[in-house]
Ligand binder design. Structure first.
Ligand code: ZN
Length: 384
């Protein structure tokens, strides 16, 4: 039986906001979608059951972490990432590039790839565009990402131009490898990716001419979807939104658009308004573990003494397990006492808030009331 092939269907639009559905070999998910980050094959502090219960249609796995531990070959031998971790829904894997570039002094970038030292045991590895494709083939994710060069912010036009051009050359090499017949190369090991799609990544910093050239060169290679990379790295928010708007406007409307690494609840709403379909960010999960919680009226830090006797739920508008069952006072007590359930309950709420926001965004686009939703969403959060 041949695997279900990757497809994207655009169901409705409202302004630049888009309602769609992505079909993968492991089922469908609705867009705009937020993908919880499951770095090491698990969303930190949650069970997959919880991740499913809050309505996540797709999760993200990090190639860098998985290739080092437990290793992509081991995961391949166990039938791929879905089977290994016990998650039957769609998975997107990144290329590992972002983490490698974040290693700063422990990595060296060459034309053939990125050489780096493992943060676990100091061993040296070379991540080439081809290897990034092969690793993701062994992991068997539904959506694989090309290896790109991640530029630090701020960058000069020259630096951003040569980095973008290298990313374009690497995109071509990734696509060639992806399309090559895996059966002709025994060195690639077990491949568990029938039906896998590959997304290209647009780079070019905050320079409109470079973003435009990157779109042209990446579209020329041709991918099942396109991501916007190199944003949410410390640039002013207005410049990020302007770059998203200009870049999304140049991408093919019939294919999904993924904004990598963003962002805050406001970023999700603002970037949907600019035509983005997919998001991922560690913010809801990482902040939850630090006690910072997102609510319909803004953020609150559960460590704050003012919540010590607060009997209200975190967010009266939220119907997640945490909010229907527990008070702020109890959640603060658990956090201050260092109980692991604090991490679980906080993460469950933050992810619920993110995924519920995405659901409300999709409903609003379907009803063509997205602009009203957007104004109300931002207004509620500005009065807190
Ligand atoms: Zn909640």
């Amino acid at each position: 039986m041949s695997p279900v092939s990757f497809a994207f269907s655009l169901r409705a639009t409202d302004g630049h906001a888009r309602l769609g559905q992505v079909q993968t070999a492991h089922g469908t998910f609705d867009t705009p979608a937020f993908m919880p980050v499951g770095t090491q094959g698990t969303v930190k502090a949650l069970l997959h059951r919880d991740v499913e219960s809050v309505g996540a249609g797709i999760i993200l796995g990090n190639t860098y972490h998985l290739m080092l531990r437990p290793g992509d070959a081991l995961i391949g031998r166990h039938g791929g990432l879905h089977r290994f971790i016990g998650w039957s829904h769609p998975i997107l894997t990144d290329s590992g590039g972002y983490q490698v570039f974040s290693l700063a002094s422990r990595r060296r970038i060459r034309e053939d790839g990125a050489e780096f030292q493992s943060h676990i045991d100091g061993s040296t590895h070379l991540l080439t565009p081809e290897r990034a494709v092969d690793i993701q083939a062994r992991l068997g994710s539904d959506i694989a990402m090309v290896l790109d060069e991640c530029l630090a912010y701020p960058a000069t036009h020259d630096a951003a131009a040569s980095s973008m051009q290298r990313s374009a050359r690497w995109a071509r090499r990734c696509r060639d490898r992806f399309l090559a017949d895996a059966t002709v190369d025994e060195n690639r090991g077990p491949v568990t990716n029938p039906g896998q799609a590959q997304f290209g990544i647009i780079q070019g910093g905050l320079f409109p001419d470079l973003r435009a050239e990157s779109v042209d060169r990446t579209r020329e290679v041709g991918f099942e979807g396109y991501a916007i990379g190199g944003l949410s790295v410390g640039e002013p928010i207005d410049e990020m939104y302007a770059t998203v708007e200009a870049t999304a406007g140049r991408l093919p409307p019939e294919q999904p658009r993924y904004l990598m690494g963003a962002g805050s609840p406001e970023d999700l709403v603002e970037c949907v308004a600019r035509g983005i379909d997919m998001f991922d960010c560690v913010m809801p999960t990482r902040n939850a573990r630090n006690g910072q919680l997102f609510t319909s009226e803004g953020r609150l830090n559960i460590r704050n003494a003012r919540y010590a006797e607060d009997e209200r739920p975190l967010d009266p508008r939220c119907d997640c397990y945490t909010c229907t069952r527990h008070s702020r006072a109890y959640l603060r007590h658990l956090y201050m006492a260092g109980e692991t359930s604090a991490l679980t309950l906080n993460t469950l709420h933050n992810l619920s808030f993110y995924l519920d926001t995405m659901r409300r965004i999709r409903d609003a686009i379907a009803l063509r009331t997205f602009e009203i939703f957007r104004q109300e969403f931002l207004r509620l959060r500005s009065v807190s």
